[in-house]
Design a protein around this ligand. Structure first.
Ligand SMILES: Cc1cc2nc3c(=O)[nH]c(=O)nc-3n(C[C@H](O)[C@H](O)[C@H](O)COP(=O)(O)O)c2cc1C
Length: 274
């Protein structure tokens, strides 16, 4: 057979392509578990950051195990999902919003009239994180996400044990413009959420990101956040996604269940045997 024949050239090209694709596939498989491990570490770090439990150099895995209790919840009912129902997708450790959203078994379309966060499709389940001390709830960390201008922003919001006061917010993934929408990462802006009221006395969502500055003397300053200047669309996106997730189509049913539990506990503590 001629070395330079057309057939020989094709054979070599196919052989090299096959070896390369096998190599790429093997690398992707090997890197997959490392990637998942890194994603988990990143998620844990962000949970600790928003819970105010993070300091550089700490053993994040140890602090997470000690202080954080994750729970898988059904959004519609607010019920905690039993471990017996877990599988390879519906599972606290492997939980991934995008994977669940694209799985018809575990996702649902968001009716357009309620779709403030512009999700279109969302998981029927979420993992929430309870921060505990001496077996008492100290903070509740809720995953939040929704559309900004260029991207979907993914983050966490932290509520205090009163389930009304916001203690922190953070976004761990977005593609908004640095210096404009990207200012959602600005520490000063994030800190401005601390102490704001998420709900009024009737449990209605009142937290709001406004267009422009909120004056410190404004009578609404307890539940309003100044919008980011030059980034009205991102600010509106954050407003909408936070209000969606705290509302009755988001964590509303779960928060109601927790509120009832809290009231029952208080009642039992105040009326128990002396
Ligand atoms: C290159 C470029 C990037 C921009 N990035 C953002 C952004 O990340 N978030 C945002 O809300 N607006 C962004 N804008 C501005 C929007 O197009 C829009 O003008 C702005 O949201 C209006 O906000 P303002 O009323 O506060 O000026 C960007 C504009 C340009 C030209």
């Amino acid at each position: 057979m001629q070395k330079n024949s057309f057939k020989n050239t094709i054979r070599i090209v196919l052989g090299v392509s096959l070896v390369c694709s096998l190599f790429v596939s093997a690398t992707a498989i090997l890197l997959h578990s490392k990637q998942r491990q890194n994603q988990r570490q990143d998620r844990i770090r962000n949970i600790l950051v928003v819970a105010d439990l993070y300091e550089p150099g700490i053993d994040i895995e140890a602090i997470y195990q000690q202080k954080v209790e994750p729970q898988l919840i059904a959004l519609d009912s607010g019920d905690v999902v039993n471990r017996e129902k877990f599988d390879e997708v519906l599972n606290i450790d492997a939980f991934d919003i995008q994977t669940l959203s694209s799985d018809p078994r575990y996702s649902e379309a968001v009716p357009p009239q309620y779709d403030k966060a512009k999700l279109k499709q969302r998981p029927q389940y979420m993992v929430v994180y309870r921060i505990k001390a001496d077996r008492h709830l100290q903070k509740l960390i809720l995953p939040i996400y929704g559309k900004g201008l260029w991207s979907t922003l993914y983050g966490f919001i932290a509520l205090d044990k009163d389930l009304r006061t916001i203690t922190g917010i953070t976004f761990y993934e977005h593609k908004e413009t640095p210096g404009l929408g990207g200012e959602v990462d600005n520490l000063e802006w994030k800190n401005s959420w601390e102490g704001k009221q998420a709900f009024d006395g009737q449990g209605r969502v009142i937290i709001e990101v406004t267009r422009g500055e909120v004056g410190p003397d404004s009578s609404d300053a307890d539940h309003q956040i100044s919008g980011l200047s030059g980034a009205t669309i991102t600010s509106r996106g954050v407003n909408n996604l936070v209000r969606y997730w705290l509302g009755e189509h988001g964590y509303g049913p779960y928060l109601k269940t927790l509120e009832q539990e809290r009231k029952q506990k208080n009642f039992a503590n105040n009326n128990g045997p002396d």
